[in-house]
Write a new protein. Structure first.
Length: 92
């Protein structure tokens, strides 16, 4: 899967809550408590397994989750990253 161009990435981000960070897109989430944050991480993990596309996940500050998506094998962002981001957005 070829990486997207800068223009394609900008168009896909549009008014999204995801932000570009070099060769990745990232999004931060805040939950009421640790249990809710862990539950979200588990739901993201299930989606990632189904898509066979695995984000970097950081659970910090007891209730915060940062997700980072990139297609390492393509050296940048691809359709797969934005598809998974869209599925993750549906969880919130």
């Amino acid at each position: 899967m070829p990486p997207l161009t800068d223009q394609e990435i900008a168009e896909r981000l549009g008014s999204s809550r995801w932000q570009r960070d070099s060769k990745s897109i990232v999004r931060d989430f805040t939950f009421d408590d640790f249990g809710a944050a862990v539950g979200f991480v588990n739901r993201v993990a299930a989606l990632a397994e189904q898509a066979n596309h695995h984000p970097d996940i950081l659970l910090h500050g007891y209730n915060k989750v940062r997700l980072e998506l990139s297609t390492h094998s393509a050296g940048g962002l691809t359709d797969a990253d934005f598809r998974l981001a869209g599925h993750i957005d549906e969880l919130t």
